[in-house]
Design a protein. Structure first.
Length: 105
């Protein structure tokens, strides 16, 4: 499983447009093969920051997502509305149940 987190800081005058663009990107991405979760949230501590959380089945799915022309267009448009370049972190991960995680060995 691949987990992606990211954020983008809007300018006050571009926040509404950037949020609309992010929601459009998120909704489109959810329909892509291998997308298990894709969401965008408003940071409770900095209301100008939009935070992404994504979960993908595998690396191939993420690479296909990055290659979709609409994804590239989103990054270009969002960058024009942001204070600075978006941040992104990509992790390889395995899901662990809470019971297994908290079990003492």
């Amino acid at each position: 499983m691949i987990t992606i987190t990211g954020s983008i800081l809007a300018k006050p005058e571009t926040f509404d447009e950037l949020l609309r663009l992010c929601l459009e990107h998120t909704r489109r991405s959810r329909g892509e093969p291998g997308c298990e979760h894709h969401s965008v949230h408003i940071d409770a501590e900095n209301r100008m920051r939009l935070v992404f959380f994504e979960r993908w089945a595998d690396q191939a799915s993420v690479l296909k997502h990055f290659a979709v022309p609409a994804s590239g267009a989103f990054v270009a448009q969002a960058g024009k509305l942001a204070v600075s370049a978006p941040e992104i972190q990509i992790y390889r991960s395995d899901e662990v149940s809470l019971a297994d995680f908290t079990r003492r060995t």
